[in-house]
Design a protein around this ligand. Structure first.
Ligand SMILES: Cc1cc2nc3c(=O)[nH]c(=O)nc-3n(C[C@H](O)[C@H](O)[C@H](O)COP(=O)(O)OP(=O)(O)OC[C@H]3O[C@@H](n4cnc5c(N)ncnc54)[C@H](O)[C@@H]3O)c2cc1C
Length: 571
């Protein structure tokens, strides 16, 4: 094993889920290292704006909140596709996880009596979204980062994982490429825990950072893990027109209105009782319908108006939103409404795992947005994703430490398997570096993003999904002849983008295929040719396995119920 470093637990991903898990593994007395392709505090978690849900019941507007209410809202919001016992865990563990972050130093906004402030969010029956102005993710990520530094946790920064190594079907380490030097190295571990975030960059119009490519989801899929419910993609209703930077749901939580080109609020036609605070899938479709029926501005957007809140409230509670609107749209929301349109935002699907992060591959765990514990089902409620990283990051950390503490498998990190995998990855990268006469990755990537946005977007139908599946297959063929612009070793982002595109095409293919096969409308998956939810045939999860020839094989699993009967979802 000489030359290959070894840890009890190797965590791939330095966002909130990865860091929360790392703290847990460390505190259980196991050795842990976090490998991340970017510096951890540059993870997408740091971009989260609106807040994190917990039934603290702090809001002065009265009533008692409860975890049961939170669980019910989550399950109804999921359009009954969430596994109900898991949604209950999310809601039950929320208060303790959020208060723990407060005690670790997270700087939450507060009510005048000193308790953590909570704002209303879409689909929630109670104002239970805790926030730090509109920079909640930044606060939480820096707090967890500090906790990791305090514990002296090992970080392998700017190492891009290209492969999860398995031996006899069990995970035993990874191969990773050092971005600054181009060196490839193998790392051994009893347990590999991935926390790689979402894959929003498979779409053209997205709020996701450039780094959100799903490369660890794809690596897990290639290592034998099943992917669950990948057709469920969240389109956020309010992204800034032009750049698709997020305008948090907190803007509507604070009282923002949506207005069409006729100068009218329109949500009463789509969600008469909760208006702008309906869940995201409903508001996004409402905005797109206004635009498609000719009531949008310049054919493409509506307005988000918060002028009535006044400058003081906007500056105190939504300073980041105001700054982004001024910098990227030239609009000061104190004076003018913000132009917004829907855009890709979140992946409900991911690596299938249980409530402790365990996947189908022994020794491989998953947490955070890359995983599918199945708490969000067909539509995630705002504020539940930051929560998921804390609740299930912690649980996966506990389980990883437990597995490693039991000694893992005696041959969990076999040197031969790692050495072979390393040699193969080196060969593949070398071959790519040498190839000069092929197509550049960016052309294929743009065609994939356009296809996914146009054909597997907010409104879908069978014909467009068929087109998308065929087009992605053609793009995979084109990818076989991809070539780099330069073979240099240091900071070769062209190489990394090219390696990532392979996995993105696989995820795009599964997403499009799942959308084609699921002949119903549920949550974010809206089929204009099958506009009704069909619980008789489709109250089940889509599971994708990588077949022998590399093609996805689709199968189904029942939704786990716990007494919340599916009813029509009205707001
Ligand atoms: C703009 C925006 C605002 C949001 N606002 C909210 C909100 O207010 N409330 C809410 O609940 N949710 C919000 N979300 C969603 C939420 O922020 C994310 O789902 C969550 O933070 C994801 O955390 P994560 O730890 O799973 O992944 P990330 O934070 O995305 O971290 C992924 C990590 O994986 C690493 N990585 C990826 N691939 C590799 C590889 N191949 N090798 C090595 N490392 C790799 C990256 O370096 C990174 O460290 C928002 C999302 C966006 C995009």
């Amino acid at each position: 094993m000489s030359g290959i470093s070894r840890h009890d637990v190797l965590i791939a991903g330095g966002g909130l889920a990865g860091l929360r898990a790392a703290v847990q593994v460390h505190d259980a007395g196991r050795s842990v290292a976090v490998v991340s392709k970017v510096y951890p505090i540059r993870s997408h978690s740091g971009a989260a704006q609106g807040g994190v849900n917990a039934s603290l019941g702090n809001h002065p507007d009265g009533g008692d909140d409860s975890w049961e209410g939170h669980a019910f809202d989550t399950i109804k919001g999921s359009d009954y596709l969430a596994d109900q016992p898991r949604a209950e865990i999310l809601a039950q563990d929320a208060p303790v996880r959020v208060l723990e972050m407060e005690h670790w130093g997270a700087y939450f906004s507060r009510f005048p009596d000193g308790r953590i402030a909570q704002r209303p969010f879409g689909g929630a029956g109670f104002p239970r979204t805790c926030y730090a102005a509109d920079r909640t993710g930044h606060q939480l990520l820096h707090t967890l980062w500090e906790q990791c530094l305090k514990r002296g946790i090992t970080f392998l920064d700017e190492w891009f994982v290209t492969r999860i190594v398995t031996h006899d079907g069990r995970a035993g380490g990874v191969v990773a490429l050092h971005v600054p030097t181009g060196e490839l190295r193998a790392f051994a571990a009893d347990v590999v825990l991935i926390a790689g975030g979402g894959y929003g960059r498979v779409f053209a119009k997205t709020t996701n950072a450039y780094i959100n490519t799903g490369s660890l989801t794809a690596a897990a899929y290639r290592a034998g893990a099943r992917l669950e419910d990948m057709e469920f993609i969240q389109f956020h209703p309010t992204t800034l027109y032009g750049t698709n930077i997020l305008m948090t749901e907190g803007v509507r939580g604070e009282g923002g209105y949506l207005v069409n080109a006729e100068g009218k609020r329109f949500m009463d036609r789509y969600a008469p009782s909760v208006l702008e605070l309906a869940p995201r899938d409903i508001v996004a479709r409402a905005i797109q319908t206004e635009v498609d029926e000719g009531r949008g501005f310049e054919g493409g957007y509506v307005q988000l108006d918060i002028r009535h809140l006044g400058g003081d409230v906007i500056k105190e509670k939504l300073p980041g939103i105001r700054q982004i609107a001024m910098d990227f749209a030239g609009v000061d929301p104190i004076e003018e409404p913000i132009p917004v349109q829907p855009g890709q935002h979140y992946s409900m699907g991911g690596v299938s795992c249980d409530e402790n992060g365990e996947t189908d591959v022994p020794g491989l765990l998953a947490a955070g947005e890359c995983s599918c514990v199945s708490v969000h089902g067909a539509n995630r409620l705002g504020g539940n994703s930051l929560l998921e990283t804390l609740v299930f990051g912690k649980r996966a950390g506990d389980r990883a430490a437990e597995i490693a503490g039991a000694g893992g498998a005696p041959d969990a990190s076999p040197a031969d398997a790692l050495a072979d995998a390393l040699a193969e990855e080196r060969g593949a990268v070398e071959a790519l570096r040498k190839r000069t006469d092929g197509e550049r990755q960016i052309e294929i990537r743009r065609d994939m993003q356009r296809t996914m946005t146009e054909k597997v977007g907010l409104f879908r139908d069978g014909a467009r999904c068929v087109d998308a599946v065929r087009e992605i297959a053609r793009l995979r063929t084109r990818y076989r002849r991809v070539a780099l612009g330069s073979g240099h070793a240091a900071f070769n982002y062209d190489l990394i983008d090219t390696l990532e595109l392979r996995g993105m095409l696989e995820l795009a293919e599964i997403t499009a295929l799942g959308a084609l096969v699921r002949q119903e409308s549920r949550g974010s998956h809206w089929r204009t040719d099958h506009p009704k939810r069909d619980d008789t045939n489709w109250l089940k999860h889509t599971m994708a396995t990588r077949g022998k020839g590399g093609q996805p094989v689709i199968d189904y699993e029942d939704v786990v119920m716990a007494g919340y009967e599916p009813t029509e979802r009205t707001y």
